[in-house]
Write a protein that binds this ligand. Structure first.
Ligand code: GLV
Ligand code: MN
Ligand code: MN
Length: 414
């Protein structure tokens, strides 16, 4: 078992095959949650898992679980998984690497006829990206009970299409109860999506923490009027107020160590060049690894919005609809032990992005494995992680899962 390794070429070929579904001209992927392309990627995952003898279950928010039996199927499974949905200009690796590392672990166990002490479970989580439907990590968050199922199924995209309808349409609105898998540990492999491992020349990141995230929907309600006839001092220009808030997002981030602030989505109404904007809707994303600092950033944003509303004589409505508290991964030492056993260079790191593992940590001991990605670029079609880098991460996943399976079986014997 010590010498067992995944097949690097097969993992790479599988990543490239998946990358063709929604593949973009620039070599990335556009595979939004709940689309036909999402269906295609799910179908191929299910086919690959079935070919290795897995039983497939789909829960009420469309998460997929493929279970490979173990020696004792009453024992809780060791789980792994990530997401197959991407950003509109996403890459081939974000999320996909974690899911397909799982498939590669599964294939490695299958072809070597390895009987693990516990079952092993391979999952795909619905809408991790939070691009088409909000928030991010919607499938895992609903699975662990952080979000209400009906509320999430009723969420709509910018065209008013419901998530629940899309899941039903693509055949992935299942009936398995949320939170009902018998799982004893969960591990997610993921590209780092940042530059640190590459810079430090480390093969593996042992992820200790997922940083906190706060998401907002902001609406500025001004007054549409003629751009040629309304004097500047008599306007209620929603765009000017929105622009001030966008600029303040950077100022808030800059005032706090490790602070991050982003506005990535905006709708302007009526969106006509000679009408002063009457209404601007936009997103805001604040992040920090420390909950107290993130709270201060949040308070600063609210206070600034109030000030701007007063100054411009218009309304600023803020809906702080998602708070994701920083999470500590309590099974990181399992990842570290496997990494050291395999002889890969490594360092401790924290996750800047949200991940399904962050929510799974609510339910079971959880760990994450990071691998480097070229120039730290992610959420970009140029995202790249080499075959060797991917193989290292998948090997660590394999051995972390094997160790955890042994441990769970021993704990249940004792
Ligand atoms: C989700 O992956 C996020 O970090 O926004
Ligand atoms: Mn991801
Ligand atoms: Mn992502």
């Amino acid at each position: 078992m010590q010498d067992l390794r995944i097949n690097e070429q097969r993992l790479w070929d599988t990543l490239m095959e998946m990358g063709e579904i929604g593949g973009t001209e620039k070599g990335g992927c556009n595979r939004l949650a709940g689309t036909d392309l999402d269906k295609q990627s799910r179908d191929i995952f299910v086919a690959w898992c079935k070919a290795c003898g897995c039983e497939i279950s789909i829960d009420k928010i469309g998460n997929i679980f493929a279970r490979r039996p173990g020696l004792n199927n009453d024992l809780p499974a060791v789980g792994t998984g990530s997401h197959l949905d991407t950003q509109p200009t996403g890459g081939k690796f974000d999320g996909v690497f974690g899911v397909l590392s799982g498939v590669e672990v599964l294939r490695t166990l299958h072809e070597n006829n390895i009987e693990t002490p516990t079952p092993m479970e391979f999952s795909v989580w619905t809408n991790e990206e939070g691009s088409r439907f909000q928030p991010a990590m919607q499938g895992s968050g609903t699975y662990v009970g952080r979000f209400d199922l009906e509320t999430e199924l009723n969420k709509t995209d910018v065209n008013g299409i419901r998530l629940g309808d899309e899941l039903a349409r693509i055949g992935y609105l299942g009936d398995m109860e949320l939170g009902s898998r018998n799982m004893g540990a969960f591990f997610e492999a993921h590209i780092e999506q940042g530059p640190i491992l590459e810079d430090e020349k480390k093969a593996i990141g042992i992820v200790r923490l997922g940083q906190g995230i706060r998401w907002y929907n902001i609406e500025v309600v001004g007054r549409p009027s003629h751009s040629g006839t309304t004097p500047m001092h008599l306007r209620k220009d929603a765009m000017l107020a929105a622009a001030a808030i966008v600029t303040e997002m950077k100022a808030i981030a800059d005032r706090h160590e490790n602070g991050l602030g982003t506005v990535g989505f905006m709708q302007v109404w009526p969106n006509s060049r000679n009408t002063i904007p009457g209404n601007v809707k936009f997103s805001a994303d604040l992040r920090n690894p420390r909950p107290d600092v993130l709270l201060t950033m949040h308070e600063e944003l609210l206070a600034f919005a109030e000030k701007i509303a007063e100054e411009h004589g218009l309304d600023v409505n803020i809906d702080p609809f998602w708070y994701f508290a920083p999470v500590e991964f309590n099974a990181s030492d399992d990842v570290k032990a496997a990494t050291e056993k395999l002889g890969y260079s490594h360092m401790d790191i924290y996750a800047g992005a949200g991940h399904d593992a962050c929510y799974m940590a609510d339910l079971v001991p959880t760990g994450m494995i990071f691998t480097p990605c070229l120039n730290g670029i992610s959420h970009n079609e140029a995202e790249y992680s080499s075959p060797e880098e991917c193989a290292a991460g998948a090997n660590v996943l394999l051995h972390t899962m094997l160790e955890a399976s042994e441990r769970i079986a021993k704990q249940h014997q004792a």
